[in-house]
Design a protein around this ligand. Structure first.
Ligand SMILES: C[S@@+](CC[C@H](N)C(=O)[O-])C[C@H]1O[C@@H](n2cnc3c(N)ncnc32)[C@H](O)[C@@H]1O
Length: 231
């Protein structure tokens, strides 16, 4: 495992217990963002669907999916064993969940899915090439009419916009935490561990891979929910 990946793993192994409180302070409108993703899922509530949640963390999206689709079958994948353990506690009352501790770089889907979702995880992939390759892997793992939606941190298409986005993000964080914590903890973690890509590029990759009905469902500066459908 490379140095950066080790660092990411360590970060989330250590943060697992406090993650659900921290995320609300550092990600603008986290709940609204995930709600937008869930609302975009096109299946009737009674449908028995197979879902993969990649980088499931503490299982927040998985829980929202199980609440909306009680008959769904989930695969929850994450690099950090402690995140998976926390997800198991949160999702204890649900059956039909398979948990896999795995790194995206080595993970191979061993079945097809109706839905692949992921949130705040794929920006950890090293570079644009890896992200596009992973989008293709997701495309191949979807059934016909399967959907892929990603809620993630993204880049603006110009330096001016990116600066605006970063200022708006810092402004949000400073409503809940001190400026020194933002500047000395969260901004350095972002610089060190995160490799977001321009949303405009990501939509282009999705189209090139073959996704249809690609769209940006929700956006707040550098946070967005986007994806498409496999025809
Ligand atoms: C910011 S958390 C988001 C968790 C959850 N999806 C949510 O929105 O609350 C990112 C998660 O992605 C996982 N992750 C990061 N890089 C990964 C990789 N290469 N393979 C698998 N999981 C990864 C981390 O362990 C962490 O649990």
């Amino acid at each position: 495992m490379g140095g950066k990946l080790n660092k990411i793993k360590k970060h989330f192994e250590e943060e697992a217990k406090e993650f659900d409180d921290i995320i609300l302070k550092i990600i603008p409108f986290y709940k609204e963002m995930l709600e937008a993703l869930i609302l975009a899922l096109p299946y009737p509530k009674t449908q028995k669907i197979r879902v993969a949640d990649l980088g499931c963390g503490t299982g927040t999206i998985a829980k929202m999916i199980l609440e909306r689709y009680p008959d769904s079958i989930l695969t929850c994948v994450d690099l950090a064993a402690n995140m998976i353990e926390t997800a198991k506690v949160k999702l204890a009352r649900y059956k039909n969940i398979e948990y896999i501790v795995a790194d995206f770089h080595k993970f191979n889907f061993n079945r097809k899915y109706d839905i692949v979702v992921t949130s705040l995880a794929l920006h950890h992939l090293r570079d644009n090439q890896e992200k596009k390759k992973f989008f293709k892997k997701i495309f191949d793992a979807l059934n016909k009419n399967g959907v892929f939606y990603n809620a993630d941190v993204v880049l603006g298409s110009s330096e001016t916009l990116q600066n605006l986005y970063m200022n708006k993000w810092k402004e949000f964080m400073q409503r809940k935490i001190s400026q020194s914590e933002v500047e000395n903890i969260w901004c350095p973690k972002y610089e060190d561990e995160d490799r977001p890509a321009k949303i405009i590029d990501q939509i282009k990759w999705l189209k090139e891979i073959g996704f249809k009905k690609t769209d940006i469902i929700w956006k707040y500066y550098n946070f967005a929910v986007y994806g498409g459908i496999k025809p």
